[in-house]
Design a protein around this ligand. Structure first.
Ligand code: SF4
Length: 387
């Protein structure tokens, strides 16, 4: 959909506005498609996101929004008929990784970026003991073998609070409960000593008590090891508990970005408002949980309009004709952006629509001017009447 970004573009549009600091993981214009005989599904359609050292960034949205494909794209795990388009840029510690070959991705997954999936059994081999698998990870990634590997494996199981660690090393994955299996996977991941951890719905299959324990464990491990975490979930409650900043994703695009407290206190995109309204317990006086009517559409054509329009209670005519770009929601919230034609707030609706059209055209022309910081200049140029 958008033009390729240059090297400079990838460095000049930071999320979170940490001046002078490079993100440890930086994604620009990520486009991942799945081609079939009948159509091309744009599962991830030109997203940008940054993760800085020691922080937790959330990626939230309903099933089908493209969250997991984003994670798999970063990890080099997209399989045919999927493809990360060459216009995409993913940088780890400043190095472009999208062109990595299989061996380079294996090394990256071994010691740079670790990933935890929803189903721990997908990461554990049922025919080997848990201890065997942790020792193998230690041998391959850190060259630790023999008695030292056994002692380190025990330390790792203890660090994820598995009781009687020495005995449990000899057990098979099926002998662990769901929560213990996820802890074992985290221990195995820690054996690789990663700097970034991508958690893809790691607590969704667990009951609420175990979920809270795993979230607390991740938070403790982050403090101890300085891990940077990209946390993927559909659960706004989990986002509130664990993240510093949030990216809200819908139908392959990021539609709102903000620091977590700001997003919960003042959501701007109608989709985010709907997600927050749907958190259980928000409206205790009502018999039924609130939901967002309809389903996430399959993004199988270029985004020439707002993909949320069919479900949006605030939609108006232009929403079906103009693609909303990510813009700062108002003059006071530099790190809060939304892809909605109702913003920037200081413009009239007509001015805002024209503003989005210009930003879209500029992006198609390849000057990357949809950057939030640059959008400011456009707002000033437009005068910016209050609506
Ligand atoms: S652009 Fe229009 S349809 Fe899309 S979220 Fe904003 S108001 Fe709703």
């Amino acid at each position: 959909m958008s033009a390729p970004l240059s090297d400079d573009d990838a460095e000049t549009v930071p999320d979170g506005r940490r001046s002078g600091e490079q993100p440890i993981l930086s994604v620009r214009n990520l486009q991942t498609v799945f081609r079939t005989d009948r159509e091309t599904i744009r599962a991830v359609d030109g997203i940008d996101l940054d993760l800085y050292e020691g922080e937790t960034v959330g990626l939230v949205g309903e099933s089908g929004s493209g969250k997991s494909v984003t994670a798999r794209s970063i990890m080099g795990l997209v399989e045919e008929p999927g493809e990360v388009l060459p216009e995409s840029s993913i940088r780890f510690k400043g190095e472009e990784i999208t062109g990595y070959d299989t061996a380079q991705y294996q090394e990256l997954r071994g010691s740079g970026i670790g990933m935890i999936f929803q189903d721990p059994l997908s990461s554990l081999n049922p025919v080997f003991t848990v201890g065997n698998q942790i020792r193998e990870a230690l041998k391959v990634n850190r060259g630790i073998t023999g008695e030292e590997a056994r002692e380190t494996a025990i330390d790792l199981l203890e660090s994820v609070q598995i009781p009687d660690a020495a005995r449990r090393l000899g057990e098979y994955p099926h002998e662990f409960s769901g929560g213990m299996r996820q802890r074992a996977v985290i221990a195995m991941m820690l054996a690789c000593d990663p700097e970034v951890l991508i958690c893809d719905e790691p607590t969704t299959a667990l009951d609420v008590t175990i979920q809270a324990q795993i979230l607390e464990l991740l938070s403790d491990l982050q403090d101890e090891r300085g891990l940077s975490i990209l946390f993927i979930t559909h659960d706004m409650g989990v986002i509130a508990d664990i993240t510093d900043r949030v990216n809200v994703m819908y139908a392959g695009e990021i539609v709102e970005k903000a620091p977590t407290e700001e997003l919960f206190a003042s959501p701007r995109h109608p989709y985010t408002e709907g997600l927050l309204e749907a958190i259980p317990g928000q409206h205790a006086d009502e018999d039924r949980l609130r939901t967002i009517e309809g389903e996430v559409p399959t993004p199988n054509e270029a985004a020439t309009h707002c993909r949320f329009a069919p479900r949006c209670p605030k939609a108006f005519e232009e929403c079906e004709a103009v693609h909303p770009e990510l813009v700062e929601v108002d003059e006071s919230a530099a790190d809060h952006t939304a892809a909605c034609l109702l913003y920037p707030e200081q413009m009239t609706t007509g001015e805002a629509v024209a503003h989005h059209e210009r930003l879209g055209e500029a992006r198609e022309d390849g000057d990357g001017s949809t950057a939030p910081g640059e959008a400011d200049e456009d707002v000033a140029a437009d005068g910016g009447d209050s609506r």
